[in-house]
Design a protein around this ligand. Structure first.
Ligand SMILES: C[S@@+](CC[C@H](N)C(=O)[O-])C[C@H]1O[C@@H](n2cnc3c(N)ncnc32)[C@H](O)[C@@H]1O
Length: 216
Protein backbone atom coordinates (compact mmCIF):
# COMPACT_ATOMS: atom_id res chain seq x y z
CA UNK A 1 0.00 0.00 0.00
CA UNK A 2 1.32 3.42 -0.97
CA UNK A 3 1.82 5.78 2.00
CA UNK A 4 0.79 9.42 1.74
CA UNK A 5 4.46 10.46 1.78
CA UNK A 6 5.23 8.15 -1.16
CA UNK A 7 2.07 9.35 -2.82
CA UNK A 8 3.11 13.00 -2.51
CA UNK A 9 6.60 12.17 -3.82
CA UNK A 10 4.85 10.56 -6.78
CA UNK A 11 2.79 13.72 -7.32
CA UNK A 12 6.02 15.75 -7.18
CA UNK A 13 7.58 13.47 -9.84
CA UNK A 14 4.57 13.67 -12.15
CA UNK A 15 3.62 17.33 -11.66
CA UNK A 16 7.21 18.39 -12.27
CA UNK A 17 9.01 21.56 -13.43
CA UNK A 18 8.56 20.61 -17.10
CA UNK A 19 4.78 20.15 -16.74
CA UNK A 20 4.61 23.36 -14.71
CA UNK A 21 6.35 25.40 -17.43
CA UNK A 22 4.06 23.93 -20.11
CA UNK A 23 0.92 24.71 -18.10
CA UNK A 24 2.17 28.16 -17.15
CA UNK A 25 2.79 29.10 -20.80
CA UNK A 26 -0.67 27.81 -21.70
CA UNK A 27 -2.16 29.89 -18.86
CA UNK A 28 -0.40 33.03 -20.13
CA UNK A 29 -1.85 32.47 -23.61
CA UNK A 30 -5.34 31.18 -22.83
CA UNK A 31 -6.08 31.92 -19.17
CA UNK A 32 -7.35 29.37 -16.61
CA UNK A 33 -8.34 25.85 -17.64
CA UNK A 34 -12.08 25.14 -18.00
CA UNK A 35 -12.78 23.62 -14.55
CA UNK A 36 -10.57 26.28 -12.92
CA UNK A 37 -12.54 29.00 -14.70
CA UNK A 38 -15.74 27.48 -13.26
CA UNK A 39 -14.30 27.60 -9.73
CA UNK A 40 -13.45 31.27 -10.30
CA UNK A 41 -16.91 31.94 -11.73
CA UNK A 42 -18.51 30.44 -8.60
CA UNK A 43 -16.50 32.77 -6.37
CA UNK A 44 -16.84 35.88 -8.54
CA UNK A 45 -19.04 38.51 -6.95
CA UNK A 46 -17.71 37.89 -3.43
CA UNK A 47 -16.17 40.88 -1.71
CA UNK A 48 -12.57 39.73 -1.26
CA UNK A 49 -11.30 42.77 0.64
CA UNK A 50 -9.37 41.61 3.74
CA UNK A 51 -10.05 38.00 2.76
CA UNK A 52 -7.56 35.15 2.60
CA UNK A 53 -7.30 32.09 0.38
CA UNK A 54 -5.55 28.76 0.75
CA UNK A 55 -5.25 27.18 -2.69
CA UNK A 56 -4.43 23.50 -2.19
CA UNK A 57 -2.74 21.80 -5.13
CA UNK A 58 -3.15 25.08 -6.98
CA UNK A 59 -0.59 24.15 -9.63
CA UNK A 60 0.72 27.26 -11.37
CA UNK A 61 -1.62 29.39 -9.22
CA UNK A 62 -4.39 30.62 -11.56
CA UNK A 63 -6.96 30.90 -8.72
CA UNK A 64 -4.47 32.74 -6.51
CA UNK A 65 -3.74 35.35 -9.23
CA UNK A 66 -7.45 35.90 -9.82
CA UNK A 67 -8.02 36.28 -6.04
CA UNK A 68 -5.29 38.92 -5.69
CA UNK A 69 -6.37 40.79 -8.84
CA UNK A 70 -9.87 41.03 -7.33
CA UNK A 71 -8.52 42.67 -4.16
CA UNK A 72 -7.96 39.62 -1.93
CA UNK A 73 -5.55 40.25 0.93
CA UNK A 74 -3.46 37.09 1.24
CA UNK A 75 -3.00 33.78 -0.54
CA UNK A 76 -1.20 30.59 0.43
CA UNK A 77 -0.44 27.85 -2.04
CA UNK A 78 0.04 24.41 -0.52
CA UNK A 79 1.19 21.89 -3.08
CA UNK A 80 2.90 18.52 -3.16
CA UNK A 81 4.73 19.62 -6.33
CA UNK A 82 7.94 21.64 -5.95
CA UNK A 83 7.94 22.38 -9.72
CA UNK A 84 4.50 24.01 -9.62
CA UNK A 85 5.31 25.94 -6.45
CA UNK A 86 8.50 27.29 -7.98
CA UNK A 87 6.60 28.53 -11.05
CA UNK A 88 3.88 30.11 -8.87
CA UNK A 89 6.49 31.76 -6.66
CA UNK A 90 8.22 33.27 -9.71
CA UNK A 91 4.91 34.62 -11.03
CA UNK A 92 4.06 36.21 -7.66
CA UNK A 93 7.45 37.90 -7.44
CA UNK A 94 7.27 39.19 -11.03
CA UNK A 95 3.85 40.71 -10.28
CA UNK A 96 4.88 42.39 -7.03
CA UNK A 97 2.80 40.07 -4.85
CA UNK A 98 5.73 38.79 -2.77
CA UNK A 99 4.29 40.14 0.50
CA UNK A 100 0.75 38.87 -0.19
CA UNK A 101 1.63 35.29 -1.07
CA UNK A 102 3.22 32.30 0.57
CA UNK A 103 3.98 28.84 -0.71
CA UNK A 104 4.29 25.62 1.25
CA UNK A 105 5.43 22.30 -0.13
CA UNK A 106 3.74 19.15 1.12
CA UNK A 107 0.48 17.40 1.90
CA UNK A 108 -2.14 19.92 3.00
CA UNK A 109 -3.46 17.67 5.78
CA UNK A 110 -0.01 17.91 7.39
CA UNK A 111 0.69 21.55 6.48
CA UNK A 112 -2.58 23.26 7.41
CA UNK A 113 -1.28 23.80 10.95
CA UNK A 114 1.51 26.03 9.55
CA UNK A 115 -0.97 28.67 8.32
CA UNK A 116 -3.88 30.68 9.74
CA UNK A 117 -7.43 29.62 8.92
CA UNK A 118 -8.54 31.14 5.60
CA UNK A 119 -11.87 32.56 4.42
CA UNK A 120 -11.65 30.57 1.20
CA UNK A 121 -10.05 27.20 0.44
CA UNK A 122 -9.90 25.79 -3.07
CA UNK A 123 -9.13 22.21 -4.11
CA UNK A 124 -9.20 22.28 -7.90
CA UNK A 125 -8.64 18.73 -9.25
CA UNK A 126 -6.91 17.68 -6.03
CA UNK A 127 -9.30 15.33 -4.18
CA UNK A 128 -8.75 12.87 -7.07
CA UNK A 129 -5.03 12.82 -6.15
CA UNK A 130 -5.80 11.88 -2.57
CA UNK A 131 -6.35 8.28 -1.39
CA UNK A 132 -8.75 9.15 1.46
CA UNK A 133 -11.26 11.87 0.56
CA UNK A 134 -12.52 11.95 4.18
CA UNK A 135 -9.11 13.07 5.46
CA UNK A 136 -8.55 15.88 2.99
CA UNK A 137 -12.13 17.19 2.99
CA UNK A 138 -12.55 17.00 6.79
CA UNK A 139 -9.26 18.83 7.37
CA UNK A 140 -10.25 21.45 4.78
CA UNK A 141 -13.70 22.00 6.30
CA UNK A 142 -12.07 22.64 9.69
CA UNK A 143 -9.50 25.02 8.20
CA UNK A 144 -11.92 27.17 6.20
CA UNK A 145 -13.71 30.10 7.80
CA UNK A 146 -16.35 30.53 5.07
CA UNK A 147 -16.12 28.74 1.73
CA UNK A 148 -14.65 25.57 0.23
CA UNK A 149 -14.63 25.23 -3.56
CA UNK A 150 -13.53 22.08 -5.31
CA UNK A 151 -13.55 20.20 -8.57
CA UNK A 152 -13.53 16.41 -8.48
CA UNK A 153 -14.34 13.67 -10.98
CA UNK A 154 -17.76 12.23 -11.69
CA UNK A 155 -17.95 8.69 -10.39
CA UNK A 156 -19.47 6.82 -13.37
CA UNK A 157 -18.08 3.89 -15.36
CA UNK A 158 -16.04 6.16 -17.68
CA UNK A 159 -14.24 7.86 -14.78
CA UNK A 160 -13.44 4.49 -13.19
CA UNK A 161 -12.13 3.17 -16.51
CA UNK A 162 -9.94 6.27 -16.97
CA UNK A 163 -8.70 5.91 -13.41
CA UNK A 164 -7.71 2.27 -14.04
CA UNK A 165 -5.79 3.27 -17.17
CA UNK A 166 -4.11 6.08 -15.19
CA UNK A 167 -3.14 3.72 -12.37
CA UNK A 168 -1.62 1.26 -14.84
CA UNK A 169 0.36 4.07 -16.46
CA UNK A 170 1.85 5.15 -13.10
CA UNK A 171 2.55 1.54 -12.12
CA UNK A 172 4.47 0.96 -15.36
CA UNK A 173 6.37 4.23 -14.78
CA UNK A 174 7.17 2.97 -11.23
CA UNK A 175 5.62 6.13 -9.79
CA UNK A 176 3.69 5.61 -6.49
CA UNK A 177 1.22 8.38 -7.45
CA UNK A 178 -2.31 7.10 -8.17
CA UNK A 179 -5.47 8.89 -9.32
CA UNK A 180 -8.70 8.24 -7.37
CA UNK A 181 -12.40 8.41 -8.15
CA UNK A 182 -14.40 8.87 -4.93
CA UNK A 183 -18.12 8.53 -4.40
CA UNK A 184 -19.85 11.80 -5.31
CA UNK A 185 -22.73 11.03 -2.94
CA UNK A 186 -20.36 10.39 -0.01
CA UNK A 187 -18.38 13.58 -0.68
CA UNK A 188 -21.58 15.63 -0.63
CA UNK A 189 -22.77 13.90 2.55
CA UNK A 190 -19.45 14.63 4.24
CA UNK A 191 -19.73 18.37 3.52
CA UNK A 192 -23.20 18.31 5.01
CA UNK A 193 -21.97 16.45 8.13
CA UNK A 194 -19.22 19.05 8.52
CA UNK A 195 -21.78 21.88 8.59
CA UNK A 196 -21.51 23.12 4.99
CA UNK A 197 -24.22 23.70 2.40
CA UNK A 198 -23.67 23.63 -1.33
CA UNK A 199 -24.18 27.07 -2.88
CA UNK A 200 -22.98 26.42 -6.44
CA UNK A 201 -22.65 23.47 -8.80
CA UNK A 202 -21.44 23.18 -12.40
CA UNK A 203 -20.16 20.40 -14.58
CA UNK A 204 -17.01 20.73 -16.64
CA UNK A 205 -16.73 17.19 -17.98
CA UNK A 206 -15.48 14.98 -16.33
CA UNK A 207 -15.44 17.26 -13.27
CA UNK A 208 -18.06 18.31 -10.78
CA UNK A 209 -17.29 21.89 -9.73
CA UNK A 210 -18.89 22.87 -6.42
CA UNK A 211 -18.75 25.59 -3.79
CA UNK A 212 -19.81 24.98 -0.18
CA UNK A 213 -20.53 27.62 2.46
CA UNK A 214 -20.05 27.06 6.19
CA UNK A 215 -23.42 27.35 7.91
CA UNK A 216 -22.86 25.68 11.30
C1 LIG B 1 -4.20 17.71 -11.26
S1 LIG B 1 -3.14 18.88 -10.49
C2 LIG B 1 -4.22 20.29 -10.45
C3 LIG B 1 -3.48 21.58 -10.50
C4 LIG B 1 -4.39 22.82 -10.58
N1 LIG B 1 -5.26 22.90 -9.40
C5 LIG B 1 -5.21 22.82 -11.84
O1 LIG B 1 -6.40 22.52 -11.78
O2 LIG B 1 -4.62 23.06 -12.91
C6 LIG B 1 -3.15 18.35 -8.81
C7 LIG B 1 -2.24 19.16 -7.92
O3 LIG B 1 -2.49 18.78 -6.56
C8 LIG B 1 -1.25 18.57 -5.89
N2 LIG B 1 -1.53 17.66 -4.77
C9 LIG B 1 -1.91 16.38 -4.83
N3 LIG B 1 -2.14 15.88 -3.60
C10 LIG B 1 -1.90 16.90 -2.74
C11 LIG B 1 -1.94 17.06 -1.31
N4 LIG B 1 -2.29 16.05 -0.54
N5 LIG B 1 -1.62 18.24 -0.75
C12 LIG B 1 -1.25 19.27 -1.55
N6 LIG B 1 -1.19 19.20 -2.90
C13 LIG B 1 -1.51 18.04 -3.48
C14 LIG B 1 -0.32 18.08 -6.97
O4 LIG B 1 1.02 18.29 -6.66
C15 LIG B 1 -0.77 18.93 -8.17
O5 LIG B 1 -0.13 20.18 -8.17
Amino acid sequence: MTTIQEHCCGADMFFNAKTATKEYNKYLKKGPLKATAKVIQQLAGQNLENKSLIDVGGGIGAIQWWFLEQGGQQTTGIDASSGYLQKAHEHATENGWGNKTSFIEGDCTEKYNEVDDAHFITLDKVVCCYPDYKDIISATCEKSREYVSLSYPMDGIISHALRNIGSLYFKIKKNPYRPFVHSVKEIRELFSQKGYERVAHNISFPWHVETYKKVA
